[in-house]
Design a protein around this ligand. Structure first.
Ligand code: COA
Length: 142
């Protein structure tokens, strides 16, 4: 397993993971979105045997860094890869930001379990944040 920034050659694999993971209601990232964020170095990818099997998209602000999206390809889940992506971001943010922020759907149990395990705490409920439900804003102090 290896984590680094996404490059342009990772684009097709990122789109494949996105398509597998998020349906149209979840606003999947487009080819154009991915190209922009690859250029900006906003995407960490996890590789297994040199194949991209997951990614994390983040934004940096003055005091906080925000996880916008995270996905691990279906056959590679529950192997600690999602956790490793977030831990890598936490390390990178150390000394640069005070906390990590994210939003998650209230019924996304797999993601909620992962975030709680890492130490994220619920900050507030976001009513109707998603087209089909509420969200929770979570925070992790670095
Ligand atoms: C959320 C997601 C990124 C987690 O990635 P992952 O690589 O499977 O997570 P990890 O293997 O690092 O899991 C770490 C811990 O999180 C918890 N967890 C992860 N998936 C879980 C599940 N399906 N059920 C219960 N707990 C789960 C467990 O505590 C797990 O540790 P364990 O396997 O030792 O018990 C992955 O499930 C995914 O891509 N989901 C679809 C996309 C999504 O919902 N993204 C988040 C919103 S943008």
């Amino acid at each position: 397993m290896h984590i680094d920034f996404a490059g342009y050659s990772d684009l097709e694999k990122l789109l494949e993971i996105e398509e597998q993971t998020f349906d149209a209601d979840s606003y999947p990232l487009s080819r154009r979105n991915f190209l922009y964020h690859i250029k900006k170095k906003h995407i960490l990818v996890v590789r297994v045997d040199n194949r991209v099997v997951g990614y994390l998209l983040f934004f940096t602000y003055k005091k906080s860094w925000r996880i916008y999206s995270i996905a691990v390809a279906e056959g590679f889940r529950r192997k600690g890869l999602g956790r490793s992506l977030i831990n890598r971001l936490r390390e990178d943010a150390g000394g640069k930001a005070g906390y990590l922020l994210l939003e998650v759907k209230t019924d996304n149990t797999q993601a909620l379990h992962l975030y709680a395990l890492i130490g994220f705490k619920p900050l507030k409920i976001l009513k109707n944040y998603y087209p089909d439900g509420d969200g929770i804003k979570m925070v992790l102090e670095i």
